[in-house]
Design a protein around this ligand. Structure first.
Ligand code: NI
Length: 389
């Protein structure tokens, strides 16, 4: 029996060789966040070759395409990220990065190529679509700044639902990980500045030692998760930089630390800045010092909509893919910013690699390219129906 699933899968398999060659070209020429100029030019050229119309946004890097359906209907957004990392590749592959210190070590070359495949498939079905499918090739995911830029440029205007993915080395090819609710954590940054009184190492009574104060603050911050956060919620508070003092016999005047807070629940995220401020200021005061907290809010959690996940689950099974419950991670993703405005689903796409994201020997199985292209093409088609007004 010929179904939409089997038609798309067959067409996608026909694209596989082309997709592999695109992915390898991207892999050889990785570009850092915000600097994806050649990548942008390549994506534009490939989409144009496939007859996919581009929608011009005022972006320095990144591409927005829009497939115009033959009949009116909603607009669905598929999103890929396109940037690489400051990592020296050590895979030894024949198509390894040709740029020293730059590598597609998070597989965004895979995401980009998969969505070009989905765009090509959808373009071939354009006349039968009731609504438009927008495909966004987003810059600067790694620096958590790209989604904000493209939203400000209007990429989300008129969009009813958004779908995206990250490759997952632990899952075999042909498997997708799905989860309703939080999948990736919120990401916030904090800086604590401690002000004491410096002086002679042998005359501590004349000083207020910021090293002792900073140590006490680092210890007390551990209670934010263990004592202030509900055991039913998940949170991480990590101090990642602590700088105090520069000599062996001088008590310094001040110190500074910074780190990150991750949570899945809105409530936990909302409460933590005030709890942290209270601990920081009062621990310092207990030692006669002063400390101030600077909180830099960055990203909410990736939070999957139940209906969008249910739709994705149904399409994945109809294409014969194995669906597993996605394991959530405390890593962040600026896909979360789209989900703040429209419902959406972000999934794990099995790519059967041996190393984790960002590792210099990170690899993935390219067989997942056409699988992913077919899945997202059909998800978009189903979503046009599901989100029709
Ligand atoms: Ni990534």
């Amino acid at each position: 029996m010929t179904t939409l699933s089997s038609t798309l899968q067959e067409m996608s398999t026909g694209l596989q060789e082309q997709l592999v060659s695109m992915r390898r070209e991207l892999h050889r020429h990785p570009e850092l966040s915000g600097e994806e100029h050649e990548t942008t030019a390549r994506i534009r050229a490939w989409l144009t070759e496939a007859g996919v119309p581009l929608r011009e946004l005022n972006l320095t890097t990144g591409v927005l395409a829009e497939i115009q359906g033959g009949r009116p209907g909603p607009t669905i957004l598929l999103r890929a990220d396109i940037d690489a990392l400051p990592v020296q590749e050590e895979t030894g592959l024949p198509f390894a990065s040709e740029i020293p210190g730059r590598m597609h070590a998070c597989g965004h070359d895979f995401h980009t190529t998969s969505m070009i495949g989905a765009a090509a498939l959808l373009q071939k079905h354009a006349s039968t679509l009731a609504g438009n499918v927008r495909i966004l090739f987003q810059p600067a995911e790694e620096t958590a700044s790209g989604a904000k830029t493209v939203i400000a440029a209007g990429a989300l205007e008129g969009v009813s639902a958004v779908f995206g993915m990250h490759n997952k080395p632990e899952l075999p090819v042909g498997t997708v990980g799905l989860r309703v609710g939080p999948l990736m954590a919120s990401v916030d940054r904090f800086i604590v500045r401690v002000k004491g009184v410096g002086g002679h190492a042998g005359i501590p009574e004349a000083t207020v030692d910021p090293i002792v104060v900073s140590s006490a603050i680092v210890g007390a911050l551990q209670t934010l998760v263990s004592r202030n956060t509900s055991p039913h919620h998940a949170a991480v508070v990590s101090v990642c930089r602590l700088q105090v003092g520069s000599s062996w016999n001088v008590i310094p005047e001040s110190g500074e630390m910074e780190g990150t807070v991750r949570t899945f629940q809105r409530e936990a995220r909302a409460n933590l800045p005030e709890q942290m401020r209270r601990v920081v200021e009062n621990v310092a005061a207990g030692y006669g010092a002063e400390a101030e907290l600077e909180w830099i809010g960055m990203l909410p959690a990736v939070n999957n909509d139940a209906a969008a996940i249910e739709l994705t689950d149904r399409v994945a099974r109809s294409q014969g893919l194995q669906v597993v419950e996605a394991v959530s991670t405390m890593g962040g993703e600026d896909f979360a910013l789209y989900q703040e405005q429209v419902p959406g689903a972000f999934l794990w796409m099995g790519t059967g690699g041996t190393e984790q994201w960002h590792h210099p020997k990170f690899t993935l199985n390219e067989d997942a390219l056409s699988i992913s292209a077919a899945l997202f093409a059909e998800v978009a088609i189903e979503a046009l129906q599901a989100y029709a007004k």
